[in-house]
Design a protein around this ligand. Structure first.
Ligand SMILES: C[S@@+](CC[C@H](N)C(=O)[O-])C[C@H]1O[C@@H](n2cnc3c(N)ncnc32)[C@H](O)[C@@H]1O
Length: 329
């Protein structure tokens, strides 16, 4: 006799609970929907429907893998970021909700500080969206006479931005969906990450506006000095010794290259700060995600380079210092 949907999901929940997985009920259900390729509404319409043997086998395998602490989103194959379905797989960092602050701030800068932009009103409307962008803020930025702030009817300039360490491409792709005339250059040291990011760009039909470059930070960008309006970066910033203390899904499941910021967590941040301004136009901005308790150190690192001014730290929704913003001098 075939097992019913509800009985199978109950088995999955208990299995995960027994292995100490938090949120086992939700995860058991998400994995069931994924195994059967069915929508939640369809599942709830008939929870007592029998499950086909192939589907049951697939589900039990997914649950066992999750019990071994394989990251949930690798098993699901996708993570939502900025309302976009971003494919993920082992070898690429799973984008985190807190990283959406980088996207919000990039949009805010483009709107408030005269960076060239044009928003895609057909998608998420940033003007009335999550970041409250109606008030114009003084960014302390001179309006360049060679690049005036475009009037609505003559917005035809492009915003060229660099996403350093793009991973799945989540940040760059979110920005491209919001800023119609933006063009992105996205780099990563990991060929696997770039392969996944390029697939995401194709699926989202954004591949014509993004270029992927492989290499160590700025190494593939030698000819791009003074080129970018904006540099966004979510670097690896976890101190090496802290990594083994993280949840096993993260410590053993996600790529070390995406997490490990060296002894003090600031290794990559220092390198980005030291060279970043050379790749920015004037005016141009650096936006970088940082870890808990790194704000003061990062402010000092940026100030010491002599390449930035108006350095400020921005908190995330939970009040934690999350993003540093700096303007090229
Ligand atoms: C924290 S992850 C961020 C991924 C993605 N931007 C996001 O926010 O989800 C850091 C990324 O930087 C890449 N990376 C680490 N060191 C690098 C280096 N020296 N040069 C280029 N990319 C690097 C990693 O492969 C990883 O994809």
């Amino acid at each position: 006799m075939k097992i019913t949907r509800s009985a199978l999901v109950e088995w999955g929940k208990e299995y995960l609970e027994g292995r100490g997985i938090p949120g086992s009920g939700v995860e058991a259900e998400l994995l069931f929907l994924s195994a059967g390729g069915i929508a939640r509404a369809e599942f709830y319409r008939d929870r007592e429907a029998p499950v086909a043997p192939a589907e049951e086998k697939k589900y039990r395998e997914l649950i066992r893998s999750r019990g071994e602490r394989e990251p949930l989103f690798y098993l699901l194959g996708e993570r939502e970021f900025w309302s976009l379905p971003i494919r993920v797989a082992p070898g690429v960092l799973i984008p985190r909700p807190e990283t959406e602050l980088l996207v919000e701030e990039a949009i805010r800068l483009a709107r408030e500080c005269g960076l060239p932009f044009d928003f895609d009103q057909g998608k998420r409307n940033a003007a009335s969206g999550p970041v409250g962008l109606t008030a114009r803020r003084d960014c302390g930025m001179e309006k360049s006479s060679s690049r005036p702030n475009p009037k609505p009817e003559t917005r035809n300039s492009e915003l060229n931005f660099l996403d350093l360490g793009t991973g799945s491409g989540a940040v760059a792709l979110a920005l491209l969906t919001e800023i119609r005339e933006a063009r992105a250059w996205a780099t990563d040291l990991s060929p696997e990450a770039l392969r996944i990011a390029a697939g995401n760009a194709r699926r989202l039909k954004l591949e014509d506006r993004i270029q992927f470059l492989a290499g160590d930070l700025f190494a593939p960008l030698e000819q791009y000095h003074g080129f970018f309006d904006l540099l966004v970066c979510n670097p690896p910033y976890i101190p090496s010794a802290v990594i083994p203390t993280l949840a096993p899904e993260v410590a053993n499941g996600e790529p070390r290259l995406a997490l490990d910021g060296g002894e003090d967590g600031l290794g990559v941040i220092r390198r980005v700060a030291e060279k970043g301004f050379q790749f920015l136009k004037t005016p141009g901005f650096l936006l970088m995600e940082i870890g808990d308790n790194q704000a003061r150190a990062v402010e000092e690192i940026l100030a010491r380079t002599g390449g930035y001014e108006e350095i400020m730290i921005l908190p995330d929704l939970s009040g934690r210092d999350r993003v540093v913003r700096a303007k090229k001098k």
